[in-house]
Design a protein around this ligand. Structure first.
Ligand code: NAD
Length: 356
């Protein structure tokens, strides 16, 4: 065994950051546990061609913190964590690398559960699971919940309908121009749902095969990835990577509503103010995209698919509450959501201290 684990110093507010390196398979990965206040940390594993280890470290820290917010808002007994594997998912992935990653996850002894994210498929997770029971989003078995992506897409779709009702006065999406950026596991499933209710789809991706599929199957109009913010639309659904909403892109964005699956869509928290000032309703990513983690939570808690059946509709319900509170208080939806998360975590910490 050549797996080497290094405990790194964490920023304030974080619990753990582990760097895992395996010379034999070429694995380089970070696993971050942001918070276990509500339960064991849970969050997907991303494989991405980061230019530097620093870039990967920054990403895992941001994503893990986002998972704490997501899991708290989704009312799950799970904390926040995330992992990233450094490398090209198309060319650098191998069973040996995934197994080495599985051993790294196992070394955290259940304080972190991993699942699929960008660049990692349910088939990959099956290989990771050969080394650890803390890999979820698996098919079959007594409690397997499978690929979380369709449930993420379902939650996003339902939130988009609630947002449309508030912004346009009707949840009917017939003829509404929706731009889906990123046609991966979640984006394609969302595009399919939007097409089925008559939305006018515009799609952008770096993957031509995905674009051609959306064009043929849903009559989607293809938009060059560089032209997203030059395109007129009613609703923007970011379903690729984070950081797409910046002060500069918001200045150009021609939409009334933003609702998509991508994590960390806002480059900085202040971008929420820029969106609000422009009259664009932003539905916070970590609230909207919780369907997938709700699905895998059923596996973690050994409740199976029944768990998500009972909870998935709650995602859109929370968005409605957030929009109402935002209107009532004149604050951004993100500020309202962040306060709700802080309150949930403070209550749980108090309860823990009381019990100790
Ligand atoms: P994926 O890897 O299956 O899809 C990502 C897609 O984005 C790919 O088709 C890729 O080609 C495309 N893409 C990459 N760069 C792009 C660019 N510059 N412009 C346009 N498209 C680009 O990933 P996914 O599982 O569908 O996840 C999408 C997003 O949703 C990610 O941010 C992920 O973290 C988030 N998310 C996913 C889930 C889930 O259940 N899979 C849950 C919560 C959040």
């Amino acid at each position: 065994m050549t797996l080497n684990l290094t405990e790194e110093t964490v920023p304030e507010g974080y619990e753990r950051l582990v760097f895992a390196e395996d010379t034999e398979s070429g694995l380089q990965a970070f696993i971050c546990v942001h918070s276990t206040t509500l339960g064991p940390a849970a969050g997907g594993c991303r494989m991405w061609d980061y230019a530097t280890l620093d870039e990967a470290r920054r990403d895992v820290l941001r994503l893990a913190q986002g998972m704490t917010c997501k899991n708290a808002m989704a009312d799950l007994a799970l904390g926040g964590g995330k992992s990233v594997i450094v490398g090209n998912a198309r060319t650098d992935k191998s069973p040996a690398l995934l197994r080495a990653f599985g051993r790294a996850v196992q070394s955290l002894n259940g304080s972190y559960y991993t699942a699929e994210d960008v660049g990692i498929s349910p088939e990959d997770m099956k290989i990771v699971a050969e080394e650890t029971p803390y890999a979820v989003g698996l098919e079959g078995g007594d409690y397997g919940t499978g690929d979380p992506s369709p449930f993420t897409a379902q939650g996003v779709f339902q939130c988009l309908q609630v947002g449309a009702e508030v912004v346009f006065g009707t949840r009917d999406l017939t003829g509404r121009r929706v731009l889906v950026q990123g046609l991966g596991h979640v984006g394609m499933s969302l595009a399919e749902k939007l097409h089925s209710v008559g939305a006018d789809l515009i799609v952008a991706d770096i993957n031509d095969a995905a674009l051609q599929h959306a064009k043929a199957a849903f009559g989607a109009t293809i938009c060059d990835t560089t032209q997203v913010f030059e395109t007129e639309m009613d609703i923007f659904a970011p379903c690729a990577l984070g950081g797409v909403l910046t002060n500069a892109t918001v200045e150009k964005l021609i939409a009334k509503l933003v609702c998509g699956a991508a994590n960390n869509q806002l480059e900085t928290p202040e971008v929420a103010d820029a969106l609000r000032a422009k009259g664009i309703r932003y539905l916070p990513d970590y609230v909207v995209n919780a369907g997938g983690i709700i699905s895998v939570a059923g596996e973690i808690h050994k409740a199976g698919t029944r768990y998500r059946t009972e909870r998935l509709d709650g995602v859109a319900g929370r968005i409605r509450t957030l929009l109402e509170l935002s209107d009532k208080t004149g604050r951004t939806t993100t500020a309202v959501a962040d306060d709700m998360v802080a309150e949930i975590l403070a209550k749980a910490s108090d309860a823990k201290r009381g019990a100790a």
